[in-house]
Structure formats: structure tokens, C-alpha cells
Design a protein around this ligand. Structure first.
Ligand code: SF4
Length: 169
């Protein structure tokens, strides 16, 4: 499980983690070298230590500029499958009881700049069974790629992690 510290605001998430602590390890993305919130990772670290929940902090991070929505390039279905396979995205997002393959696509959808399709981009935890959930988690989907893969450049230039870029448009 990855968190960028917003997890602190979700009490039901905390309760779930505490009651499943043997099966969970938390990776905390710490942007305090660029974002003024040094006390937050320290506080979360101390709380997780106290609760006996396995965790580690990731500090050396870089991000990639995926060039969406700047770039409007749209590749074919077959090319999108290759983009998805080559990307190897491992960062899933759980939001509103839906599991997303790609955290970037989930963010783009929530920002209102991307359409999304059930069972391609996300799976609804209220409807799926355990087998379907596991298959989806490991990359299976109806089309073999996420909707955003048709526009995405996962090998774009490296940019500093945690720094907000200017709004486009
Ligand atoms: S949208 Fe981009 S980052 Fe996400 S899985 Fe597709 S290629 Fe990878």
C-alpha cells in the first residue's frame, strides 16, 4: 500500500489497516524536501510504530512527465496494449471503493480530464469477487490497457517529485 499522507484523513482506512496489520506493509511517499510538512511523515511514522504496522518511507523519488494532457497523440488499441505492458505500472489506487490499475489515470479522471471505463480502468469492489479482484490487480482488464495509455508517454522526461507544475489551459 502506498500513501502520500492523505491517508491520515481517512479514519475507516486506518481501522481497516489496524485490523489487517499482519497482511499489510505501508510505503510512505515523503515529499518533505519540497513540501513544507516535515512533521506529518514523522507523526505517521511514530503512529505506525506504536500500532505495530510494518512500514517504510521513500524519500529519493523522481516523477516522469507523462505529457498528458499537453500531448493529444492517440495510439491504436494494439499500440496501447504495448504501451501498457512496457510501462509496468505498479501503483494501484483505491478510491471510493474502486480499485484503479494506474494511479495517474485515477487522478486524471478525478480532475475531470479523462473518461474511464469499469473493468478496464477500475474494478468496483462492491461488485467483484476475490478472483476478479486479484486478476484485475495483476493487470488483467477487458481491453488489455488503460484508457489513458492511448495518450500517455510513460518514458517522458524526469521532473522533480512533489513539485506542483503550473496549471494547463
Ligand atoms: S496511463 Fe501511462 S502510466 Fe498509466 S498504465 Fe498507462 S502507460 Fe502506464
Amino acid at each position: 500500500m502506498d500513501t502520500s499522507l492523505r491517508i491520515l484523513t481517512r479514519i475507516e482506512t486506518i481501522n481497516f489497516i489496524v485490523s489487517n496489520r499482519e497482511r499489510i506493509e505501508i510505503a510512505i511517499s515523503d515529499y518533505s524536501n519540497v513540501v513544507p510538512y516535515k512533521e506529518k511523515p514523522e507523526k505517521l511514522n511514530a503512529e505506525l510504530d506504536k500500532a505495530g504496522i510494518r512500514h517504510y518511507i521513500i524519500q529519493e523519488m523522481v516523477w516522469r512527465d507523462l505529457e498528458f494532457p499537453k500531448s493529444k497523440n492517440k495510439v491504436s488499441d494494439n499500440e496501447a496494449v504495448q504501451v501498457y505492458k512496457g510501462c509496468g505500472m505498479h501503483c494501484r489506487t483505491l478510491y471510493d471503493l474502486k480499485l484503479w490499475h494506474c494511479s495517474y489515470e485515477s487522478s486524471a479522471y478525478r480532475a475531470g480530464i479523462m473518461e474511464a471505463n469499469e473493468n478496464q480502468d477500475y474494478i468496483d469492489l462492491k461488485k467483484c469477487n476475490k478472483k476478479e479482484l486479484l486478476e484485475f490487480y495483476w493487470g488483467y482488464s477487458t481491453k488489455g490497457y488503460d484508457s489513458l495509455c492511448r495518450y500517455c508517454h510513460p518514458y517522458g522526461k524526469i521532473i522533480p517529485a512533489g513539485i506542483k507544475m503550473p496549471k494547463i489551459g
